[in-house]
Write a protein that binds this ligand. Structure first.
Ligand SMILES: Nc1ncnc2c1ncn2[C@@H]1O[C@H](COP(=O)(O)OP(=O)(O)OP(=O)(O)O)[C@@H](O)[C@H]1O
Length: 297
């Protein structure tokens, strides 16, 4: 059995408020899975259940086909929403300490920690107390803490919040190195552009219900509108009179239009060519932000 994380019909209520409703999705080894949803949608609650910090009312969470146990969870790495490093302890010292809590020997953990500090640009700050670091560097140290014991599954709650664009790229590269070694990564983020750029799979949650899940390409195709863009030489205003065409945006020679289900894109292209040269003609794939708006509506 591969090391697949599977949630099946996981539900949880706080009082009479049902916060997760039969949540089902997978996190596959070697893939970066982005977990997106509006504030209060249930992302942190889901992650806490995976890590065993909170119990589900019903449903199951399994790893490689077996139910999660304490021992299995020791092989997971977690970046919790409430960041929890010790402000007064040195960065390197506490990362080694935390890595050892997961049962690895000191030499192995030290090697991993030194490599991570180097990779995350913290090597020169390794001996400093955490509280002396900038917030962005503290965040990098938190990420290193989740990775220090070389976990098989990484669960990261908003790992990119508070990072500048260069730091986002560094962390992304580190996560990618981990998936290339077969690690499964689940991370939540509000930065849809970042999620779009990097994740292999996506899970979209709205109000405690999974609204869409699958590979990024699959979701893009599934939610693709029959939308096109065109650039011609003259004015593209004639498009308004084409059967089956609804112009969404028109700016001189450039237009974006939607096609009715029974209309044919090639007839529009032919009509354009009849009027002169066509410089560009292509279907427009929806951005993750557009898909998100569509599925959580
Ligand atoms: N311990 C708790 N007691 C009561 N309600 C809670 C508790 N933890 C979470 N909730 C509620 O459950 C809902 C889901 O919260 P959760 O933190 O999982 O959402 P989220 O998707 O992570 O949101 P955000 O993006 O804002 O972090 C919210 O309405 C929250 O108020």
């Amino acid at each position: 059995m591969t090391s697949l994380l599977r949630l099946e019909a996981v539900s949880r209520a706080f009082g009479d408020r049902r916060v997760l409703k039969e949540v089902t999705f997978d996190v596959a080894p070697g893939r970066l899975t982005g977990f997106v949803g509006a504030n209060g949608a249930g992302k942190t609650t889901t992650m806490r259940i995976v890590l065993g910090a909170l119990a589900a009312d019903s449903g199951t969470v399994s790893w490689g086909g077996a139910p999660l146990t304490r021992d299995v969870r020791r092989r997971f790495g977690y970046l919790p929403e409430e960041r929890g490093l010790y402000p007064k302890m040195s960065v390197r010292e506490q990362l080694v300490y935390l890595g050892r809590l997961h049962g690895r020997d000191a030499d192995a953990v030290t090697r991993t920690v030194d490599a991570l500090l180097d990779r995350l640009g913290l090597a020169e700050r390794a001996g400093d107390k955490l509280e002396k670091l900038s917030l962005g560097n503290q965040q990098r140290a938190q990420i290193a803490a989740a990775l220090a014991h070389e976990p098989e599954l990484l669960v990261l709650d908003e790992p990119f919040s508070g990072l500048d664009p260069l730091a986002v790229d560094t962390v992304l590269a580190v996560l990618r190195e981990h998936t290339e070694r077969g690690v499964a990564v689940l991370f939540s983020s509000h930065q849809l552009d970042v999620v779009e750029r990097l994740c292999d799979d996506l899970v979209i949650i709205g109000d405690g219900t999974i609204r869409a899940a699958g590979s990024r390409e699959h979701l893009r195709q599934a939610y693709a509108l029959p939308r096109y863009e065109i650039r011609v030489d003259g004015d593209a205003g004639w498009l308004r009179d084409q059967p089956g065409v609804t112009v969404v945006d028109l700016d001189g020679a450039y237009a974006v239009f939607d096609l009715a289900d029974d209309a044919d894109d090639q007839s529009v292209l032919r009509a354009a060519l009849d009027r002169g040269p066509v410089r560009a003609f292509r279907p427009v794939t929806p951005s993750l932000a557009e898909i998100f708006r569509e599925v959580v509506r």
